[in-house]
Design a binder for this molecule. Structure first.
Ligand SMILES: Nc1nc2c(ncn2[C@@H]2O[C@H](COP(=O)(O)OP(=O)(O)OP(=O)(O)O)[C@@H](O)[C@H]2O)c(=O)[nH]1
Ligand SMILES: [Mg+2]
Length: 410
């Protein structure tokens, strides 16, 4: 069901709204992220449309006048998909499609589509397929049926055209089948996790594209796929890492994102079990991203949802090489200083100071402060080890006391 072949960049427009809770600046930042998602899915954004609205129009999400602007642009520029930053109701989606006569994709579907495109293993593919069917189920009546355009491109890598006329029952059966299939794999995975013995488990979590896989590669000398697109990693990778003489398991996981579709959280539950069952969480943050504080909040919320928010956590602020505060010219007396103007040193004195030792500032790419990072991880893992196996204490001296041969990895 999931097609793998590469597609040409598809012309798209983005549509977002500005509300009381979401001012123009926020809305722009969200659309930046949506544009990155669109690019990752294989689309090119020709134009953004925004509208000030207190509540979205129940029929067409944005107002009639604005929709007419969009329609004209879509027609004149041969646009393949109109992408909304918010979740659309099945009815809204249908209505808008009738007007625009192109694919209408919301943020949730876009993310599902990227996952479908990127899923490598049969396990990840099954999880995505399940999430796609669950998204599709309430939308079954007439989704995209009136479209006579070519197939393929954004939003077409899932259960699409062929299933549309199919009975809901068939989709429900399919959902049940996929759930059963996942249950079997889940059991195997859980046994595998059990077999890993008593090694301390550490997981890398964080917003998508913050550098988790890059850090994994640096620290474990492994070769996990990393790239500057969203959701480069869908399957968890577990590596045995040895710092000095202390072995532990390090897991690289799928990145999180604002408004991660609930269908995905649900079907990736067991991928996330890896995080839930870990002893230590390394929360990686891209400090060079203007929205990094909001990213932290999104990640914490998802950790909470999966029941993993009470783990010992180290905050790792990555990409310090790329961090550039906004500057205020000396003769500029109008611009107010905001956190966007903070230097790294100033950041370190904010709330980050309160987490004290549990905040690290690194560059995975330039290997800056990686030694501090290794030391910190060593000490945390050692602490967990000693608590769990008090008699083994003598095996693992303080990081600086260790004089034996330094082994990086096995
Ligand atoms: N400037 C800079 N870029 C970095 C650093 N670490 C990683 N990157 C880049 O950030 C991008 C994303 O890196 P990944 O390691 O794939 O990020 P990830 O968190 O695993 O992403 P997902 O798997 O998509 O969630 C890549 O282009 C990396 O080269 C860093 O310290 N500095
Ligand atoms: Mg990754």
């Amino acid at each position: 069901m999931i097609e793998k072949e590469e597609i040409e960049y598809e012309k798209s427009v983005l549509i977002g709204i500005i509300t009381q809770h979401q001012d123009e600046e926020k809305s722009n930042e969200y659309l930046d992220e949506l544009e990155f998602l669109t690019y990752t899915a294989g689309g090119e954004v020709l134009k953004r449309f925004t509208q000030k609205l207190d509540t979205p129009n129940p029929k067409t999400f944005i107002g009639t006048g604005k929709m007419e602007d969009v329609r004209q642009f879509v027609e004149e520029n041969d646009i393949g998909s109109a992408i909304f930053d918010d979740e659309l109701s099945p009815a809204q989606q249908k209505n808008i499609e009738k007007i625009l006569k192109c694919k209408v994709v919301d943020r949730t579907y876009l993310i599902l589509d990227i996952f479908a495109q990127r899923a490598q293993t049969s396990y990840a593919r099954t999880q995505v397929e399940l999430a796609q069917y669950e998204y599709l189920l309430p939308r079954l009546t007439g989704l995209w049926t009136h479209l006579e355009r070519q197939r393929g491109g954004i939003g077409m890598r899932g259960p699409g055209e062929t299933e549309i006329e199919t009975d809901r029952r068939i989709v429900r059966d399919k959902i049940k089948l996929l759930k059963d299939k996942l249950k079997i794999i889940d059991k195997q995975m859980s046994v595998q996790r059990g077999n890993r013995g008593q090694l301390v488990r550490v997981s890398l979590v964080g917003y998508t594209n913050v550098g988790k896989s890059t850090l994994m590669n640096v620290i474990s000398k492994s070769d996990v796929f990393a790239e500057n697109k969203l959701f480069a990693t869908l399957d968890t990778t577990v590596r045995k890492v040895v710092i000095k003489n202390l072995p532990f398991l390090l897991t690289d996981t799928v990145g999180f994102i604002r408004k991660l579709p609930t269908q995905l959280v649900e079907s990736f539950k067991s991928t996330l079990d890896e995080v839930r069952e870990s002893d230590l969480v390394l929360h990686i943050v891209d400090i060079s991203h203007p929205n990094f504080e909001e990213h932290i909040a999104s990640v914490n919320q998802i950790l909470d949802e999966i029941g993993a928010s009470d783990k010992p956590t180290v905050m790792v602020f990555n990409k310090i090489d790329a961090y550039e505060p906004e500057e205020i010219e000396e003769d500029d007396l109008m611009t107010e200083r905001t956190p966007a103007h903070y230097t790294l040193e100033e950041w370190e004195r904010t709330w980050m100071n309160r987490i004290g030792d549990n905040a690290l500032f690194i560059s995975a790419i330039n290997k800056e402060n990686i030694e501090d990072f290794r030391k910190k991880v060593y000490e945390e893992v050692r602490q967990i080890h000693i608590t769990r196996f008090p008699y083994n204490n003598f095996l693992y001296p303080e990081y600086d006391e260790f004089t034996g041969e330094i082994k990086d990895d096995e």
